[in-house]
Design a protein around this ligand. Sequence first.
Ligand code: MSP
Length: 516
Amino acid sequence: MSDYFYITTPIYYVNDVPHLGHAYTTVAADVLARFRRLQGRDVHFLTGTDEHGEKVLRTAEAKGLDPKAWTDQIVPRWKEVWAALDISYDDFIRTTEERHEGPVQKFVQELYDRDEVYLGAYEGLYCVGCEGFKSPDDLVDGRCPLHPNRDIEHVKEDNYFFRLSKYAQPLLDLWEKEPWRVMPDARRNEVIGKVRQGLEDLSISRVSFDWGVPIPWDDKHVIYVWIDALQNYITAVGYGRDEEMFERIWPADVHLVGKDILWFHTVIWQAMLMALDLPLPKTVFAHGFLQVGGEKMSKSTLTGISPHDLIGTFGVDGYRYYFMRDISFGLDGEFSWEAMRERYNSDLANDFGNLASRVTSMIARYLEGVIPAAPTDDELTEAERRLREVYRDALAEMEVAADAVSPHEMSKAVWTFVRKANSYVEEVAPWKLAKDEAQKRRLEVVLYSLAESLRLLALVLTPFIPRATAELWTRLGQDGTPSERTLERDGGWNLLEPGTRIEVGAPLFPRIDDVV
Ligand code: MSP
């Protein structure tokens, strides 16, 4: 079993540039990855692009380009958005890379050699938007409910089939015994309900176009795009090319996916792995859809908003924090500019930003900007003990929420400490202590405790707001950035060196009064 914390996003279709829905999954994965790094784990965070299949092929054709030329041109646009959002991925895989295509062929060959794949005739319905085969029951008025603007296609060809049907019972047994493999519960129950009705064998090759990985023993066929794409999670970590790396990193701890692609990641992916006796991902977690005015956000419904639009107004940190804090991970959520401004002003500008300004200004004013001696245990009052307790509990809750793949609960947990630090300021009223020379040491104890609270917040908030926390870290006279640190080393009290000079600086989150 690997020691790594291996987390993945779906690999995105490169028929267009990213919208907020794609960025939602990726930011959530980044927050979880950064938090695991803080916990001292070896993290492997993978994202990438899904470049084969009809959807990408048709987009390229519409642009008058060869599909590879098109994907080469668009992939940098995805990487730009991830850079703009401070996404700290360790690897970015493209399904057109050799390190992926060769091992995919090897995997499929192995399925064939084990008689898990056979040649048959396929006749049925296909949605190019989903890149998925459909049964008439899946359609609403003859159209795919997720892609109502695309015509459903009628496909009739000789295809290779994977014996998916024989995995219905093994999958049900697995999820019964190890329910955490598919999360959240409600989504697992949906998948179980469908699997109980039985599974059909799955067509895994296509002959009507050639933009894909050829079937190794019959190159008239290309491998069905999902069978190719799902394997990115293993090819990126060495499957079929670097066994030592594969053993070290696989299985994934979490595959984060949207609810629309949970079926592929649970039923199809897990059955494929079972067929080759490979370890299964520990958890597949499906989040909900972001909506605007009640509709799923996507280019085809014309409500696509680019992440750049929002970063321009709220900054990277404002962007990341809002989506992670406002929307319960797992449920659908509604985006609005007003809610985003409200959340930014109340949490970032007021609660956290003001705390940072007040504390650093008071240290500048009352202690000439220098950190005093750390309090001894005897010098701590009930107020400081409670402050420490709230921090300890918030951190414990954050860890539980991270295990439950809940960035929303993680941010909520830290905020109990942000609020506590603010109420501590009111309670101990440093401005009153400053008026009384006899209270000099008490004032130092209070301001030291507050400076430590800021330092600890810079550390635990770094997964959500990496830029402001790095700035605060520097203002507190610390080296490097908090994202290079660990809770084990830096997450305790009394670690600020007495004599450290701190800076006040401009507001970390200036209030935003108007939005476009
Ligand atoms: N290429 C496949 C995934 C292959 S993974 C082996 C794919 N790509 S996608 O680009 O269409 O979508 C990728 C992810 O974006 C999915 O998890 C999907 O749920 C998510 N989102 C797309 N629109 C979304 C929203 N409006 N809201 C939240 N996430 C949504 O599917």
